[in-house]
Design a protein around this ligand. Structure first.
Ligand SMILES: Cc1ncc(COP(=O)(O)O)c(C=O)c1O
Length: 389
């Protein structure tokens, strides 16, 4: 069966996920020119969109080398689409060894990460038994955010020694993700963390090399630190993902403006509660995700900022709460000016289309198996994406 692509967003089913082409291109170009000017390359993290078509656009934007994935399913999917240089950036455990071995046997140049002596020993045993070379990066903790070893501690050198002594492991370098940048609410603190991410990673690589072991790659990155960094000496690549779409969390940190958010969920108005001055949409938390990433921000955006059908944001409207297939749209509180504006039950009619900007692009996009690339109200293409593990 051939399904024709609708030419107008008004013909799309709701809820659906829209990506504004011009905004996407602008975001790609912004990081590409920044990292290019610093003489480095981006290893884009495809977990944000999990789309081969969007990855092609990123690569066309220049200054990229390879990709980063967050699941082995993404690795398999992108490898099948022709991407061979892949970093799987989640700590590797034994139940995934076989899957990685399979990818390597097919010609995939996959790199894996780990951050414990135990995992390094288990991998050493597996690679020895299977006579298969794994390229391994040691994950560093540069901001007490999540995973990784202390760049200045003994465990780093202990793991490096196991890997460089192992006949079938190749010590590929060190990597880190300064996820603490999501709590840096101004440029100064983002820059300070970006420099720390760089300096700690470069120092860790130096310690490994001083012991006579190889450490050819030093990989860092998160969207806030990638934009903030001003000198990438000693760094071989920067990983970033959410920057291509941006979202309300990034806008709340000042990394982008609301106008830079390329992704939105298109919903229909399905009903009203006039006594409560709210409107209901068919985009609930299944469509938006449960992510409330702006909850701790100066401006809590609820489940998302409401826009008209063409994407112009209503400054006074947010999705206040969400059920599985219902979004509840109301007027923001705490601002008397908002009360002068039309409440959503007056503003909208049944069947009207709205767009809702998400808190976290990665969580929202992961709810869908396809996106619509649009230019205003014109549909340009249907982009498949993947999900699962
Ligand atoms: C290991 C790793 N690298 C890079 C990134 C990209 O960060 P961002 O989405 O802020 O660009 C992430 C995001 O979670 C990550 O986990």
């Amino acid at each position: 069966m051939i399904v024709m692509l609708p030419s107008s967003i008004s013909q799309l089913p709701t809820p659906c996920l829209l990506i504004e082409q011009a905004t996407l291109q602008r975001n790609i170009e912004r990081l590409s020119s920044h990292i290019g000017a610093l003489g480095c390359t981006i290893r884009p993290h495809v977990k944000t969109h999990k789309s081969v078509d969007i990855t092609k656009e990123i690569v066309n934007g220049g200054h990229t080398k390879g990709i980063t994935v967050s699941t082995l399913k993404e690795a398999q999917h992108f490898f099948s689409a022709g991407y061979t240089d892949i970093l799987y950036a989640v700590g590797l455990v034994p139940n995934k060894f076989e899957q990685v071995k399979y990818l390597i046997s097919q010609g995939c140049d996959i790199k894996v990460i780990l951050d414990s002596v135990e995992a390094a020993r288990l991998l050493q045993d597996f690679t020895q038994l299977n006579q298969t070379v794994f390229k391994v990066m040691i994950e560093l903790d540069v901001d007490h955010h999540r995973a990784g070893v202390d760049p200045h501690g003994d465990t780093l050198l202990e793991i490096a020694t196991i890997l460089s002594d192992a006949q079938f492991c190749e010590l590929h370098g060190v990597m880190t993700h300064a996820g603490g940048s999501y709590e840096c609410f101004d440029h100064e603190s983002q820059l300070a963390l970006a420099r720390q991410e760089r300096d700690f990673s470069v120092a860790a690589a130096k310690r490994i090399r001083e012991k006579g072991m190889p450490c050819p790659n030093v990989s860092i990155g998160s969207t806030p630190t990638a934009f903030a960094i001003d000198d990438l000496t000693g760094i071989t690549e920067v990983r970033a993902g959410v920057y291509v779409l941006f979202d309300l969390v990034m806008a709340g940190l000042g990394v982008c403006d609301i106008d830079d958010i390329a992704v939105s969920v298109q919903g229909s108005i399905i009903g009203f509660q006039h006594d409560k001055h709210i409107a209901l949409t068919d985009a609930g938390w299944m469509a938006m995700s449960r992510d409330r990433g702006t909850a701790g921000h100066k401006i809590d955006q609820g489940y998302g900022v409401v826009c008209d059908a063409k994407g112009a944001a209503y400054s006074h409207l947010i999705m206040q709460s969400a059920n599985q297939e219902h979004g509840i749209i109301g007027v923001r509180d705490n601002n008397p000016e908002n009360e002068q504006q039309l409440s959503p039950d007056i503003l909208f009619s049944i069947g009207d289309l709205i767009r809702v900007l998400p808190n976290h692009a990665c969580s929202t996009a992961a709810q869908y198996g396809e996106f619509y690339l649009v230019d205003g109200d014109r549909v340009i293409a249907n982009l498949p994406s993947i999900s699962g593990w």
